[in-house]
Design a protein around this ligand. Structure first.
Ligand code: HEM
Ligand code: HEM
Length: 177
């Protein structure tokens, strides 16, 4: 149905830049989060994980404020209602996860003994959280469970983007390029 040559409208430059910057950082943080334990004897990934995660938080706040200022470009004709609905659900979940994952991580890191610095350049403030508290236990559970949810939704989101591009030949990926 779709035709890659037909006209399509792209997301604005700010939206595209923030999308790809955050995408790279989130994929990196899912990897360092899941691998820090097994790779512990060889490399300390946690300082990098925390600094990248705090960067994701800052960029996501900017992104959500920016997102409130424009309408998404209209979908090309021929995209099913179900596809649009599922895209909406996954994308809304992403905006929530882009805030909740770093904030729960920040809670965990605040209860730890290490200072919270940003790539060794400056120190970030810690939240008033201690190890044996409800905030810490809940934060820990959420960070772990939502991390897996995030990973699953990224797989779905990428599979959908590639399916619309290569199989259905609809200009969906191009809207974000
Ligand atoms: C979008 C951003 C983030 C993602 C996707 C993410 C993802 C993950 C994942 C998948 C794990 C492994 C969970 C487990 O197996 O227990 C993890 C662990 C951890 N993350 Fe994050 N994280 C993010 C942000 C942060 C931030 C901002 C901090 C701190 C400032 C942080 C601190 C931690 C800590 C301390 C652990 C180890 C928890 C433990 O095993 O005790 N994370 N993260
Ligand atoms: C891994 C972390 C990623 C996150 C958190 C993420 C998040 C998002 C969000 C929130 C939107 C909705 C934008 C809006 O309308 O407000 C979006 C759209 C989009 N993303 Fe991602 N994305 C990620 C990775 C990727 C990757 C790797 C690809 C390509 C393979 C991709 C392709 C797209 C496309 C094509 C759209 C537009 C979809 C549409 O028009 O409905 N994303 N993404």
């Amino acid at each position: 149905m779709g035709d890659l040559r037909q006209d399509y409208v792209r997301y604005n430059k700010g939206a595209r830049t923030l999308h790809w910057a955050i995408a790279v950082l989130v994929i990196a943080n899912l990897a360092t989060g899941l691998l820090h334990d097994p790779l512990e004897p060889y490399v300390r990934l946690m300082p990098f994980h925390k600094a990248t995660g705090m960067t994701i938080l800052a960029l996501s706040v900017v992104r959500i404020v920016w997102r409130a200022m424009w309408q998404r470009p209209p979908y090309p004709p021929g995209i099913s209602r179900n596809a649009i609905l599922s895209a909406r659900v996954v994308q809304a979940a992403f905006y929530a996860l882009m805030i909740v994952m770093p904030v729960t991580g920040w809670i965990l890191a605040s209860a730890g003994k290490y200072p919270l610095d940003w790539f060794g350049l400056f120190e970030l403030p810690k939240l008033p959280v201690v190890r044996h508290s409800a905030a810490y236990s809940i934060g820990h559970e959420m960070h772990e469970i939502l991390g897996w949810l995030f990973l699953a939704l990224v797989v779905l989101h990428v599979a959908a983007a590639l399916r619309h591009h290569f199989l259905l030949r609809e200009p969906i990926l191009r809207r974000m390029m």
